[in-house]
Design a protein around this ligand. Structure first.
Ligand SMILES: [Zn+2]
Length: 267
């Protein structure tokens, strides 16, 4: 059994501030330590649940956040650039399932830690096929293009709720409770590791009941930017899009990965 562990950083246990997730900041080394703690707990759980091969994809800004020295020896790491955030590098149809670890709620979610969608300074709202979607949905759909189901989502209470609403009764691991954008009630790293390990193991126990998340094609995308000049730039890249208003573009693509690979780079 082959499991892909997609890792973001804002939803890692103990992380409540961008200062812990941003290279060059005094708190970043602590963030990396917390990141490795969560990832390795999930790897342990996956191994206990029968996984034979585990690939960890570091998706957070720059993709050099998880130090190879800190990684569980049984896992392999996809690290470094260039790649586009949600394309889940090295995930293909040979994977039996994907875990989302350190994920955060979509932009605008009330009392969700570090909520945003793809880029917190430019994207205000993403609507896909009529449904507001964050990174959990976006990445689930990319995995679904390969026929790979999401088996586990880990992060704060808000992203866990978002995942269940969108993906159905999948396994979730709540490692903190959001009290505001930059405040949370967090489990200790030791307790988080226990919760994550058990959740990963449980997820593999009922993986056969979980179906991949797929979008009907063509995929209708409506993206609202935070500023009109960002929408102007996106419209130059994608002139066939309909300009709904100063902030918003609407367009169709055959599949989500086509769009993100071509135009999503201009955040
Ligand atoms: Zn991130």
């Amino acid at each position: 059994m082959k499991i892909y562990v997609a890792v973001d950083m804002e939803g890692i246990s103990g992380i409540t501030s961008p200062d812990q997730c941003t290279k060059g900041n005094a708190l970043y080394p602590e963030g990396r330590k917390l990141l490795a703690n969560d990832v390795n707990a999930v790897v342990e759980g996956a191994l206990a649940g029968g996984a034979k091969e585990i690939i960890v994809g570091d998706l957070h800004d720059g993709s050099l956040n998880l130090s190879p020295f800190d990684l569980h020896p049984k896992a392999k790491l996809v690290s470094g650039t260039p790649f586009t955030f949600a394309l889940l590098p090295c995930l293909d149809d040979s994977c039996d399932g994907v875990f989302f670890v350190g994920f955060h709620a979509k932009a605008g979610t009330l009392q969700a830690i570090c909520e945003h969608t793809v880029n917190s300074s430019s994207w205000h709202k993403l609507v896909v096929n009529g449904e507001e979607m964050g990174e959990t949905g976006f990445c689930a759909a990319i995995a679904g293009e390969h026929g790979v189901p999401v088996l586990l989502v880990a992060g704060d209470d808000k992203v866990c709720a978002e995942a269940c609403e969108l993906l159905g009764p999948i396994e979730t691991a709540q490692v903190k409770t959001g009290l505001g954008r930059h405040r949370g009630l967090c489990l200790s790293p030791e307790e988080s590791a226990k919760v994550l390990k058990q959740a990963a193991r449980n997820a593999l126990g009922h993986k056969d009941q979980i179906k991949p998340f797929t979008l009907s094609s063509p995929v209708e995308i409506r993206l609202t930017y935070k500023h009109t000049h960002l929408a102007d730039a996106a419209h130059i890249d994608n002139p066939k899009a309909e300009r709904i208003d100063g902030y918003t573009l609407a367009f169709q693509v055959e599949k989500l990965s086509d769009w993100f690979g071509r135009w999503g780079k201009r955040f």
